[in-house]
Design a protein around this ligand. Structure first.
Ligand code: PLP
Length: 402
């Protein structure tokens, strides 16, 4: 058997394994250290009652002859798709057809799988630092060249740093696909409508595709930041959008998401909507009935109220981190419309140096920026998913150290 050498050549998934190793070693040497984890990229609050009730009712239905459901429709039940369209698009003045929304088991699977739509030599651009799935999934398909000195030779990195206010430059000539994630993981920053429009106009002018990952859109507050790329005129001709119930409604362990592929997306005379449907119908057998019922409950009045209470809790944590560290003189970014706070490490410390310093002196764990790409060097990510009490305590300890 000839192996997929692109897979074999992938660098090891080193970041979180290395973090776990350092924390484990430190704990073993300092068993009394009360370690606070602000590296968590997972929600921690329980599912809201509206969702749990819907799951229980659906489970009961599944146990009856008349309410049993086997394989569902390939792309999701109409009642969930209708709820998604009404709740996330019509309500914002965006028209969306039922056959443009594809329900799935996660935005990670969708953003990882959708590169199958691109030709083998399609040229890719990503913002840097970046959610690693966009990069690794294209590397697995052999599009990125060789991995040398921590970078792929055939990937267009769009640096996002304090110097450019975390607004990425436009891709270089010849790029076919650009991945944008807003609110951003890891930087927690957002783009305004005007800033996003620059990318939409670029993609339209260059016949390129934008893959827009809106997994954190529920954290956006106020009217100025777009929750969907389709708020920008022309985006239906150039963008796919991936959304998830994971961070919106605590579904990280429940698994439900959706990707929008507008009918207007046509490249080389081929409808992306048609080929994505063909791909999904072949390789994916849908999300469970119980889970889709749970997701639909997110859009009920009670569901909306309850999930927004959870989001408000995480937002408060983010505010505590942002304001606490800024008032101690640290350079702090993001965290206003996102559960992530991105900070510049003090002095010339690398992200890993700062990681070791915080672990040792504050017993706080975060994530070194280097793990998210070359432009993450000298930055550090903290997350808002711990409890308010532990978040406050972590900030207090960090402030004492820096
Ligand atoms: N997209 C981004 C930017 C993320 O940070 C994550 C999870 O952390 C995902 C997608 C994955 O979402 P899901 O749980 O729906 O697979």
């Amino acid at each position: 058997m000839k192996i997929n050498q692109n897979l074999a050549a992938l660098p090891a998934g080193y970041l979180f394994a290395e973090i776990a190793k350092r924390v484990k070693e430190y704990s073993a040497a300092h068993p009394d250290a009360d370690i606070l984890r602000l590296g968590i990229g997972d929600v921690t609050l329980p599912l809201v009652p509206a969702v749990v009730d819907a799951m229980k009712a659906a489970a009961d239905e599944m146990g009856t002859l008349s309410g049993f459901h086997g394989y569902g429709p390939d792309f999701g039940y109409d009642w969930l798709i209708d709820a998604i369209i009404a709740g996330d698009y019509t309500s914002r003045g965006i028209e969306m057809g039922r056959d443009e929304v594809f329900v799935s088991d996660g935005a990670k699977s969708d953003v990882g799988n959708l590169q199958e739509l691109f030709g083998p030599d399609a040229k890719i651009a990503v913002t840097d630092p970046v959610y690693p799935v966009y990069v690794d999934s294209n590397a697995m398909a052999g599009r990125l060249g060789a991995y040398e000195n921590g970078q792929w030779t055939n990937l267009n990195y769009l640096p996002c740093t304090a110097e450019n206010g975390f607004v990425p430059p436009l891709p270089e000539d010849g790029v076919d696909v650009v991945y944008l994630c807003y609110p951003n993981n890891p930087t927690g920053t957002v783009l305004t409508k005007e800033q996003l429009k620059v990318f939409v106009d670029w993609a339209l002018a260059h016949n390129a595709l934008i893959v827009y990952d809106a997994a954190y859109k529920a954290f956006i507050s106020g009217p100025d930041i777009p929750r969907s790329i389709y708020e920008i005129p022309g985006a239906k001709q150039c963008a796919m959008e991936c959304c998830s119930f994971s961070k919106t409604a605590g579904f990280t362990g429940t698994r439900c998401a959706y990707t929008v592929v507008p009918k207007e997306l046509v490249f080389d005379g081929v409808s992306l909507n048609r080929v994505w449907g063909r791909r999904q119908a072949t390789k994916f057998n849908g999300v469970s009935y119980v889970t889709q019922k749970a997701a639909a409950a997110v859009y009920t009045e009670a569901g909306q109220k309850q999930i927004m209470e959870n989001i408000a809790y995480y937002r408060e944590n983010a505010k505590v981190i942002r304001e606490g560290l800024a008032s101690a003189g640290m350079q702090v970014f993001g965290g206003e419309h996102a559960p992530y706070i991105w900070l510049k490490t003090p002095g010339t410390l690398s992200g890993w140096d700062f990681f070791d310093l915080l672990l040792d002196k504050a017993h706080v764990v975060g994530t070194p920026g280097e793990g998210f790409g070359p432009s993450g060097a000298g930055y550090f990510r903290l997350t808002a998913f711990n409890t308010l009490e532990k978040t406050r305590e972590a900030v207090r300890r960090i402030v004492e150290v820096v």
